[in-house]
Design a protein around this ligand. Sequence first.
Ligand code: AHM
Ligand code: MG
Length: 347
Amino acid sequence: MNRPYGITVSRHIMDSQRLHPKATGELSGLLTELIVAAKTISAEVNMAGLADILGMSGDVNIQGEYVQKLDEFANTTIKRRMANCGYICIMASEEEADAIPATEGCEGKYTLAFDPLDGSSNIDVNVSIGTIFSIHRADTDGKSAGSESDLLQKGSKQVAAGYIIYGSSTMLVYTTGEGVHGFTLDPSVGEFYLSHSNIKMPEKSKYYSVNEGNTRYWTEELLQYVNYLKDEDRATGRPYSARYIGSLMADFHRNLIAGGIFLYPRDKKSPIKSTGKLRLLYEAAPLAFIAEQAGGRAITDDGRDIMGIQPTSLHQRVPLIIGSKHDVDMAEKFLCGKKKKEDNLKG
Ligand code: AHM
Ligand code: MG
């Protein structure tokens, strides 16, 4: 078969590093190690229907959810590889209660927060799922152990973030603050090739993604906004179409490429969701970095910039409104009480 591929992800990372003469190569090394872990997980996810790894492991994680076997596999794969890689001092995983220190003697200057397999409730039904990561620089000299406070940094201080989506193909999407780049895995050679250079999210979209089963638990402002999206107004491209898969990677990735707004607001369904469902460190902040680098925006349902939130705990949850800039701007107007559905009907 003719494979007209060009740039591998390793070359892309090295080329970006060369633009920074003072770079030590440690961030490149870290990303390279993470990509190896991702390829291992990708291979396992692709085999999931055949090997005996579908279903529950029998354990319950820190969030009180049942752990799927593939969750456990992904968590262990990343944890083991990164603890010994020499580039990070401390990690946090969505699946673990406490921070995970690097192996003694292997400490580096970065921290890593990761969701090993987001959307894992979809594993058994073959829906796209993914690994999300967020990298900060620690306050240590790179030779000593990191502490939890090194992990509790604002999204605006991230040095890199990305995700690997295990879908119809496996894709890596990452940013180091110089645009967002996407790579597709050729499983036959085990290499990620640049397939989506400098991704830009369409500024305005025609899709919204939200779990409408929770409507009765929403605020009036949110209800008004979603009803506004469903009203007919050809001039502003409404009604919007609904697209909700219930797997953040699948919903976010579609919106990144095709445009759209994703909402997981706080709701009154359960006390756990009184501050939203998604986690700041493992989901909201890294995706906010990617969205902003692609020209999009990410806020909470009371209009705070996700990137500006100071985390106070490893598993903190936040309401997340993320996607095409114009759509997030409009959502903000409704949610912050500056716009009502009636205003719109007047023009
Ligand atoms: P997880 O981290 O336990 O997998 O949960 C996060 C997932 C996201 O992938 C998705 O956007 C959301 O939960 C869906 O939640 P809901 O089923 O409440 O709509
Ligand atoms: Mg998750």
